[in-house]
Design a protein around this ligand. Structure first.
Ligand code: NAD
Ligand code: IPM
Ligand code: MN
Length: 328
């Protein structure tokens, strides 16, 4: 029987999770909830308790809302460390972050378990603090290969984003992507862009962009920019995939502490992440499409405050369930 491990997390996490649980129930998908993030630090001293990790490993897919508590920001033990550890443990190196609205339909393929987030870091005797960006050839190859495969299904165009004019690791990145393009994916039209001007392209000409592959930190920042030009963080979903094993499905947004507890968060990003899970994690593409269309319907019928409407979180959830009922 299919089983989903659900990690509600912190802030608005549990609020948007409540709407996802209603959809899972409506689709008859078995699920269990587990402590993760700031709440787990406060209760058990660690953001990723062993039992939570074990439940995630044993599940067919993991659905995560968001972690982060203002009182833990910058502390030695932080909710976000649990998220990085979970991604690493599950080996989900490919993070798909789609952004669509009107004529915009782009997909950022973000490397998720390497680079600046996972390189050596620390404090030297002279008082300097450091983080390092590190990549090996196999790490770049596997994410590039995944992006080329996806590009083949989406117009056979791929843009690789780096900072080759400055960063040593970007030279490896560009070499590996170029080589793969020439040897295995010559049918895909490949181009390269520098991250700074590419950020501007996302703002100025997002409809010109198709599939993008980029390093962990660049992908983090660029995906919030892509969200901003397609309706905001309340809408942006993601899928994190490895080579087998459960995938991790999570909104791009965080725990939004300023609006937590008010019942006004937009659940669309979470529900779209659930749709990505149905498609990529559970092999249920028909239900995935039905849910995507139901979310689009609900965004029209019952928009939340971030979209200029006045629907509550559960009000949008109601609209999604009504539409989903008709469509499934
Ligand atoms: P954020 O994404 O939480 O919020 C940014 C802005 O978007 C805020 O104005 C917020 O109100 C709004 N917003 C976000 N999601 C929304 C939604 N569903 N509906 C309506 N409005 C929404 O980013 P932040 O404020 O920089 O970070 C807050 C905390 O979240 C930090 O602790 C951070 O580390 C954490 N964080 C976690 C994740 C994750 O768990 N995947 C992602 C990003 C940030
Ligand atoms: C995201 C978040 C995370 C990241 C943080 C919370 C670790 O910003 O998923 O975009 O930087 O990957
Ligand atoms: Mn982010």
């Amino acid at each position: 029987m299919t089983h989903v491990a659900v990690l509600p997390g912190d802030g608005i996490g549990p609020e948007v999770t409540a709407e996802a649980l209603r959809v899972l129930d409506a689709l008859g998908i078995d699920h269990s909830e587990h402590p993760f993030g700031g709440n787990a630090i406060l209760a058990q001293g660690t953001p990723l308790p062993e039992a939570t990790l074990a439940a995630c490993r044993a599940a067919d897919a993991v659905l995560l809302a968001a972690v982060g508590l203002p009182e833990l920001e910058g502390q030695p033990v932080r909710p976000e460390q649990g998220l990085l550890a979970l991604r690493k443990e599950l080996g989900v190196y490919a993070n798909l972050r789609p952004a669509r609205a009107g004529r915009i339909d782009l997909l950022i393929v973000r490397e998720l378990v390497g680079g600046l987030y996972f390189g050596a870091k620390g404090t030297r005797d002279d008082g300097t603090w450091f983080d390092t960006c590190e990549y090996s050839r196999p790490e770049v190859e596997r994410i590039a290969r995944r992006a080329f495969e996806i590009a083949r299904e989406r117009g056979s165009r791929l843009t690789s984003v780096d900072k080759v004019n400055v960063l040593h690791t970007s030279r490896l990145w560009r070499d590996v992507v170029t080589e793969l393009g020439e040897t295995e994916y010559s049918d895909v039209l490949l181009d390269h862009a520098l991250v700074d001007s590419f950020a501007m392209t996302i703002v100025n000409a997002p409809e010109s962009i198709g599939v993008v592959v980029t390093e962990n930190t660049f992908g983090d920042i660029l995906s919030d920019v892509a969200a901003a030009v397609t309706g905001g963080l309340g809408l942006a979903a993601s899928a994190s995939l490895g080579d087998g094993g459960p995938g991790l499905f999570e909104p791009v947004h965080g725990s939004a502490p300023q609006i937590a507890g008010q019942g006004i968060a937009n659940p669309a990003a979470m529900l779209r992440s659930l749709a990505l899970m149905l498609h990529h994690g559970l092999g249920r593409p028909d239900e995935a499409s039905a849910l995507e269309r139901a979310v689009d319907d609900a965004l029209e019928a019952a928009p939340t405050g971030d979209l200029g409407g006045d629907s509550t979180t559960s009000g949008m959830g109601d609209a999604v369930l009504r539409s989903l009922d008709v469509r499934t």
